[in-house]
Design a protein around this ligand. Sequence first.
Ligand code: COA
Length: 154
Amino acid sequence: MGATMIERVTLRDVVKVRHEVLRPNQGPEATITEVDNHPRTVHFGAVIADEIVGVVSSGPEAFSADNAVIGWRLRGFAVCPQYRCRGIGTALLQALRLHLSGTECELLWAYARCTALTTYLKSGFECFGPEFDIPPTGLHKIICMRNSGRDVQR
Ligand SMILES: CC(C)(COP(=O)(O)OP(=O)(O)OC[C@H]1O[C@@H](n2cnc3c(N)ncnc32)[C@H](O)[C@@H]1OP(=O)(O)O)[C@@H](O)C(=O)NCCC(=O)NCCS
């Protein structure tokens, strides 16, 4: 297997992997979210031998209705099954955190599938509140991480 490169990729690239991994029973367009339309939204892909095998996206979206902090929401975190458990997901989260250190983002947050929580927690996210169901994908928890890179830049 060739080296894994983490690169900025397009919405079209991430939709393909999101569809295959996250929502195979729905059309690819079902994986497109509101934050994908924001001009500052970023998409990262893990590329091995010209194939995108993992993706993550994030863009500005308030965490709470009072807009007390500047939130960016993480979406579409997925690694193709045959490439899991070798650090690709963690590398994608790391690339996103590095990007966010140069932005106004104060808090990175997501509704995380409970089955993926350990990967998020090992990357520094914290969980909040009870589990809740989002059909058809199952149980989720709110996860957050303060954008500490932003503090370093000040
Ligand atoms: C969640 C997901 C993106 C993680 O991707 P990944 O590439 O497997 O992530 P990593 O390899 O960085 O970490 C996964 C595990 O492998 C372990 N790992 C990391 N590098 C490793 C290596 N070189 N050798 C062995 N294990 C390793 C990690 O410690 C981690 O262990 P854990 O499951 O006990 O936490 C992937 O499992 C996935 O796509 N799941 C289905 C979709 C999904 O649920 N997405 C999240 C939606 S919120």
